[in-house]
Design a protein around this ligand. Structure first.
Ligand code: NAP
Length: 372
């Protein structure tokens, strides 16, 4: 069993891992802490960006000679293969580490238990599954990517107390308090891409950039607009700031969007028209975004795109800010029909986190579909 200092070190390793969130995706976030032979923390590290040294290497180099006969506590099974960096197992063995404490095995086909086997054959003591649930939650985007080859979608919505996203006339400003809006800017800042539907672009003319963050962002998140028609009305703010803009449309309308490519440098992604005759298959879009390295996408859209994503079971986290006002049955609902006839078919959330956000409540959790 892991000792108290080892469990505390794992909590710290998970905190450190999170520091790499935007830069490593869709690779896993990893943190590591080295304890000397008396259990004192002597080195810390995390995986800072793709291609950079792994967490274990950073922690071991900070620890130096103090790592000898010590313990390394790491949030993911150490790698044992030559990728862009050398195997961490070799570095651990060379440093004279006596025990390795691991939160979760790495399901990547190049590792998948082989890292642990190598360490065991070097007579190093192994302890696994320490804070496993926390580590799996932290690396849900990576695990999802390995399983599906798709980006993880966090659908964020601001709702009235009666579940409306906008008033009857389409106005939705401001359906959340100032504190919640700041929180959304922080969410944008940590996402690699922000996605919306053409309806929101036409109605709200949003920028979808991260503003009001503690520190100015070096790079704005990529903005993705999903459209079946290619009609963005007269809205142009989405092109107004630096950073990449992608417009995803059915192939047969992509030619009419060349003007956005010429004028604003937007990328036009065309997908085969869906067999239903409406738009394109959103799964293909999320496979393409994943292949371009966008592990997690924050989606801020109206009911049209939200419904299509939900119907295809493509929403992974739902993040809802509820504000204390009522818009009545005239208001626009969060979703159109989702084929739910009975409570047994309902879509639920797990790992629910709830908090107050100014005068709003913020509720977030991972989506479990009726038939999951
Ligand atoms: N409260 C909130 O959190 C919130 C957030 C955002 C927006 N809103 C409100 O929502 C309203 C707009 O709602 P909305 O439903 O029109 O906007 P939307 O969901 O942002 O966009 C809907 C559009 O997305 C495109 N789309 C959806 N599925 C597609 C598919 N499979 N293939 C290709 N394109 C697809 C279609 O584009 P085409 O139109 O080109 O066919 C569709 O009309 C506004 O009143 C806005 O203020 C509220």
């Amino acid at each position: 069993m892991a000792s108290l200092p080892e469990i505390q070190a794992m909590k710290r390793a998970l905190e450190l891992a999170l520091l790499g969130r935007r830069a490593v995706s869709p690779n896993p976030m990893v943190g590591a802490v080295v304890l000397d032979s008396s259990g004192n923390s002597v080195g810390e590290g995390f995986h800072e960006k793709c291609g950079a040294p792994h967490a274990e290497i950073n922690a071991l180099s900070e620890a130096g000679a103090a790592a000898s006969s010590g313990t390394i506590v790491v949030s993911l099974e150490p790698c044992c293969h030559y990728g862009r960096t050398g195997p961490c197992t070799d570095a651990i063995i060379k440093a004279g580490i006596r025990k390795v404490v691991i939160a979760m095995r790495d399901p990547h086909p190049n590792v998948s238990g082989k890292g642990i086997e190598q360490l065991e054959s070097a007579h190093i003591e192994i302890e696994t599954c320490v804070l496993l649930d926390e580590a799996e939650l932290l690396n849900r985007v990576y695990l999802h990517y390995l399983r599906t080859s798709r980006s993880w979608v966090t659908l964020k919505m601001a709702l009235s107390m009666d579940g409306r996203t906008a008033a009857k006339d389409g106005s939705s400003r401001w359906l959340s308090c100032e504190e919640s809006r700041k929180q959304v800017h922080r969410m944008r800042a940590s996402a690699q891409a922000v996605m919306t539907g053409a309806g929101t672009v036409r109605d709200d003319n949003p920028e979808l950039t991260a503003r009001f963050t503690d520190q100015p962002l070096e790079e704005q998140p990529v903005r993705i607009v999903v459209s079946a028609t290619g009609d963005l009305g007269n809205s142009r703010k989405i092109f107004g700031k630096t950073g990449r803009v992608i417009i995803a449309v059915p192939e047969n309308v992509s030619c009419k969007l060349q003007k956005f490519q010429r004028e604003f440098g937007a990328d036009i992604w065309g997908f085969p028209a869906d067999s239903t005759g409406y738009g394109f298959n959103l799964t293909l879009l999320l496979e393409r975004t994943a292949s371009e390295g966008f592990g997690e996408i924050l989606c801020e859209c109206g009911r049209g795109l939200a419904t299509m994503l939900m119907r295809k079971k493509l929403v992974n986290t739902l993040s809802v800010f509820t504000t204390p006002l009522i818009l009545g049955g005239e208001g626009l609902p969060a979703f159109e029909k989702l084929g739910i006839d009975s409570m047994v078919d309902s879509i639920r959330l797990e790992n629910v986190r709830s908090s107050l956000s100014g005068t709003d409540t913020h509720l977030e959790g991972e989506v479990v579909y009726g038939t999951d």
